[in-house]
Design a protein around this ligand. Structure first.
Ligand SMILES: Nc1nc2c(ncn2[C@@H]2O[C@H](COP(=O)(O)OP(=O)(O)OP(=O)(O)O)[C@@H](O)[C@H]2O)c(=O)[nH]1
Ligand SMILES: [Mg+2]
Length: 511
């Protein structure tokens, strides 16, 4: 039994125990939490990785995450390597070891390109020189343009395919006939969409031809029936594409100090011009300057030649060449470019363009030569150096002779070259005695209604969200009558006259 006293002592002890200075629990603050974490042993990286893997496995097994397939960028085909070696210089450091992710298939080759050329060229050795007409009649060019596939369309430069094969691009104002020309080149009618509304093509469309090279159809610049932002995006896309594919690894800002020749996969830009235009538009001028300043290989292709009378062709071509030459002189001393004429309705000039493409891409060397007669010289690539040099000299003579030709014409029509002044204003149409006037009847018809409402259209275009001009189009622009009709609807609601007109129309209908 315990005494009362002893009980008291016990109680006191227990009370003392309680009163003893205890180890206080740390308060729940953020600082304390981290101090605790620091005291703990750090988890090893392995265990963390294992845990993550297990988590992913579980998720994949239960179908929360789609199972990934490993992408393998295997080594190149031996044929592809051969081609790259064969083409040599122009392909600059194709990135084989660490390729960019390729969307779309990389074409494979059936046989090496060199052998192909050799076997086919046995037929061509007999005639070295041939006129343009003879080439027109030639039914079988070296490469089979019918053997083509649509690779992909791109709206971003970063996703473009690896520079394994050489490329060729087709560019021009919208509605100039780029897509129809690609269709004719590839011998198909409905491969590429064609329409009369400008701004149909909106992406870079890659086609591989004969597994030997790519043709790229591009959106046009200038007027287009699309929102302004989109048109600007296309414009940037086109310019960036052309620059980065001729000089990969060179920044635009540093280009001034860069003196070497183009080395990228883009071998040639075919710049299309509508041959019916007797003066070159400002957008065309800017693009021309861009091509010259960046030292890009380009070739002028006049389209829709079927719309001109055959008697007028020579004069109109000379006119355009003259204007371009004068423009180019301001930027480089001797501007050099070849001029081809095509029509995708008649197929005139399409065959010659095929040969030009083949030569630009590197399958044969082709020279436009001769003083008066335009001739083409076909030379296979394995010719001796002497012959190649001869052909180069020929090319030089052609270029100078072409400019001389232009100068002869210029003496007749001196004032014509001045930019910004129209032929009619200068009275140049009367000066030409022998030939019929340049401005044809059909062209006049298109112009008539525009002259009356030119200014109104300019104002209306600013308000209409669906009709825009690119930032280049600050100058006055002639529009066709069909374009005018679309503006007219807006015009009806914006003016008193217009409203009255619509009322009268409605009344008439009611009666
Ligand atoms: N008469 C004639 N008309 C042509 C020729 N080439 C194209 N066209 C017409 O011109 C219009 C425009 O052709 P597209 O090939 O769509 O022009 P585009 O340059 O691709 O135009 P965008 O894709 O909008 O930039 C179509 O109505 C064609 O029928 C040609 O050689 N002769
Ligand atoms: Mg197009």
């Amino acid at each position: 039994m315990l005494d009362d006293e002893s009980l008291k002592v016990n109680r006191q002890n227990t009370q003392n125990k309680i009163l003893l200075p205890q180890q206080k629990r740390p308060k729940k603050t953020a600082a304390n939490y981290f101090v605790q974490k620091l005291d703990q042993k750090p988890r090893s990286e392995k265990s963390i990785l294992e845990q993550q893997k297990n988590m992913q496995k579980n998720l994949m097994d239960h179908g929360f995450i789609p199972k990934k397939q490993k992408k393998e960028h295997g080594p190149l085909d031996p044929n592809q390597v051969k081609l790259v070696n064969y083409l040599g210089k122009p392909l600059h450091k194709p990135t084989f070891s660490t390729p960019r992710p390729v969307k779309g298939e990389v074409p494979t080759l059936d046989s090496s390109a060199a052998e192909k050329v050799r076997t086919v060229f046995e037929r061509y050795n007999e005639f070295e020189f041939r006129s343009l007409e003879a080439l027109e009649m030639e039914s079988k060019p070296l490469l089979n343009f019918r053997r083509h596939t649509f690779l992909r369309s791109f709206d971003n430069i970063n996703h473009l395919p690896n520079p394994i094969l050489p490329e060729v691009a087709i560019i021009g104002r919208s509605n100039v006939g780029k897509s129809s020309l690609v269709n004719r080149l590839l011998n198909s009618r409905k491969l590429v969409r064609v329409s009369s509304t400008p701004g149909r093509t909106q992406t870079l469309n890659y086609f591989s031809v004969s597994d030997a090279f790519h043709i790229v159809d591009m959106p046009g610049y200038g007027y287009a029936k699309a929102p302004l932002n989109m048109v600007r995006q296309w414009h940037k896309l086109v310019q960036d594409y052309i620059f980065c594919r001729t000089y990969p690894n060179v920044k635009i800002e540093e280009f001034e100090y860069y003196k070497e020749k183009p080395y990228g996969p883009l071998k040639m830009v075919y710049w299309l011009l509508d041959c019916r235009r007797d003066s070159i538009k400002q957008t065309d001028r800017r693009f021309f300057e861009f091509l010259l300043k960046k030292r890009i290989n380009f070739c002028v292709v006049l389209t829709k030649m079927d719309k001109i009378k055959s008697a007028e062709t020579e004069r109109i071509v000379a006119l355009i060449v003259n204007q371009l030459y004068e423009l180019g002189k301001k930027i480089t001393k001797v501007p050099q470019f070849d001029v081809l004429r095509t029509s995708s309705l008649n197929d005139t000039g399409v065959n010659v363009l095929k040969y030009k493409i083949m030569s630009d891409v590197g399958y044969l060397s082709l020279v436009m030569g001769g003083d008066d007669e335009m001739q083409l010289k076909l030379t296979p690539l394995y010719l001796s150096n002497e012959d190649l040099q001869k052909s180069k000299e020929l090319a030089a003579t052609y270029r100078t002779s072409a400019t001389k030709k232009g100068e002869i014409v210029r003496t007749k029509l001196e004032q014509d070259i001045r930019m910004g002044q129209k032929r009619e204003d200068l009275g140049l149409v009367e000066e030409v005695e022998d030939e019929s006037p340049v401005v044809r009847k059909s062209y006049k018809k298109d112009k008539k209604p525009i002259k009356k409402v030119k200014q109104r259209i300019g104002l209306l275009a600013q308000d209409n969200p669906y009709v825009h001009r690119t930032h280049f189009l600050d100058d006055k622009v002639n529009r066709t009558s069909s374009q005018y009709k679309s503006y007219r609807k807006v015009h009806m609601f914006n003016t008193k006259k217009g409203r009255n007109m619509t009322r009268k129309k409605r009344k008439g209908k009611r009666k």
